[in-house]
Design a protein around this ligand. Structure first.
Ligand code: C2E
Ligand code: CA
Ligand code: CA
Length: 401
């Protein structure tokens, strides 16, 4: 067992002792600093794994401290806390991430103990950290698996495709979700091995389904780091050919990130993907960087609305407006709007009403292993109210608004 060291920086003694108590119960060693200088001292001498940082402090502010942490290449996982407002927290989160820090989450005060505990547990180091070189071994020993999450075409109420999501059955750590290992892999060349494996497995699976008479689309996630390699479109095309899968079946999902800097290279790769007939989705839309610039410049075919907006759209007016606006914009640009994180029928109905084209989320299904999907395909849908509503949002009335 490795230690887990947590440093809390807050001039609010009550909050600091609350975090300290919860963290200790979760197995952390805790040190608190109540001013920036004490914080700098502890940071250097004690090297915490996790930092809880209050954005508002006398003498400095959290954003300034974040800049310092980025400059010093601090690797700790950082939680940002504030009683101010959620937008400030979110902006600080984006700034920190763009600067290369690991922002593990935001805490809007007052924070509930259960919520804090869940956050702290999720970033705990169990034993040895993941080494990118482990991926090669994981592939050889068949520890990687894809789960597939179905998505619905709102016009027909039927499954239109699946998204492949990676899982790692680690020999000592158990089942790992992508959030637990991807960032490490993405920072190394191992990400090319991983993506090749993912695309090969996904294309093979969609080929198997086609031979069984199930014709659906397949979406795969590609990391921005993969776009450093100009051979990517040809490698993917080669895999499709080997498995008899038409290019139109495959959509590549790309998350816009601060690392998408080499615009010419990216345009080159994405343009060739499109020329070959692959679909191109911009993932997590609304959360990343210069979304609108990317949209105009890059040949996307589909926009995936980030699940944070979809998840909040029923409660938050702001999120609801954002979701509707993205749907409208996508349609006006001739792109397919896809909502992810659809967790309830109410959300699904709202999205269809707004003209969303495809829906994905736990309300339809969690990501499933291929074996379980066969039964799902047979037993599911068409969702009656979708099939009857059709896709005519212009004509649809919206009594519930
Ligand atoms: P993503 O591409 O945005 O994928 C959707 C994530 O949301 C998945 O998490 C999925 O399980 C989860 N999800 C689906 N429906 C719902 C819902 O209704 N509510 C909520 N709260 N969550 C839902 P997962 O599988 O943990 O993947 C996390 C991220 O890891 C993915 O986000 C994607 O960015 C990345 N990822 C997954 N597989 C791969 C891969 O093969 N290659 C690369 N490069 N990235 C991958
Ligand atoms: Ca995705
Ligand atoms: Ca997404």
């Amino acid at each position: 067992m490795s230690e887990n060291r947590l440093l809390i920086v807050d001039d609010d003694a009550d909050f600091a002792s609350f975090v300290g108590r919860v963290a200790e119960q979760s197995g952390y060693d805790v040190v608190a600093a109540n001013n920036p200088d004490a914080f700098r001292g502890q940071l250097a001498s004690w090297q915490p794994d996790v930092i809880v940082l209050d954005l508002r402090m006398p003498g400095t502010d959290g954003v300034e401290l974040l800049r310092e942490l980025a400059r010093d290449l601090v690797k700790a996982k950082i939680f940002l806390a504030s009683g101010v407002d959620e937008r400030v927290l979110d902006t600080a989160r984006q700034l920190g991430t763009a600067a290369g820090l690991t922002i593990a989450g935001t805490l809007l005060k007052p924070v509930r103990a259960a919520e804090l505990r869940r956050h702290l547990e999720s970033v705990k180091e169990s034993d040895t950290p993941i080494d990118p070189a482990d991926i090669a071994r994981a592939i050889e020993r068949q520890e990687l698996a894809l789960h597939y999450q179905p998505r619905l075409d709102a016009a027909s109420g039927r499954v239109s495709g699946v998204e492949a999501l990676i899982r790692w059955w680690h020999p000592t750590k158990g089942l790992l979700m992508p959030g637990q290992f991807l960032s490490v892999i993405e920072n190394s060349i191992a990400i090319d091995r991983l993506t090749d494996w993912v695309v090969a497995a996904a294309v093979r699976q969609v080929g198997l389904w086609r031979r069984e008479g199930v014709e659906i689309g397949m979406s795969v996630n590609v990391s921005a780091r993969n776009l450093g390699d100009l051979s990517l479109p040809d490698r993917i095309a080669g895999l499709c050919q080997a498995h008899g899968v038409p290019h139109e079946t495959l959509t590549v999902e790309l998350t816009e990130t601060a690392t998408m800097q080499d615009a010419n290279r990216i345009m080159d790769i994405l343009a060739r993907m499109r020329l070959k007939g692959f679909g191109l989705a911009i993932d997590d839309f609304g959360t990343g960087y210069s979304s609108l610039v990317q949209l105009r410049r890059l040949p996307f075919t589909e926009i995936k609305i980030d699940k944070s907006f979809v998840g909040e759209m029923l409660e938050s007016k702001d999120s609801s407006v954002i979701v509707r606006t993205i749907i409208d914009m996508a349609r006006n640009l001739g792109l397919v709007p896809v909502a992810e994180g659809v967790e309830s029928e109410r959300a699904a109905r709202k999205l269809v009403e707004h003209g969303c084209h495809d829906l994905q989320g736990y309300w339809i299904s969690r990501p499933l292993p291929a074996d379980d999907l066969r039964a799902f395909f047979e037993g599911y849908g068409p969702v009656p109210w979708m099939a009857s509503a059709g896709r005519s949002p212009e004509a649809a009335t919206s009594p519930s608004d």
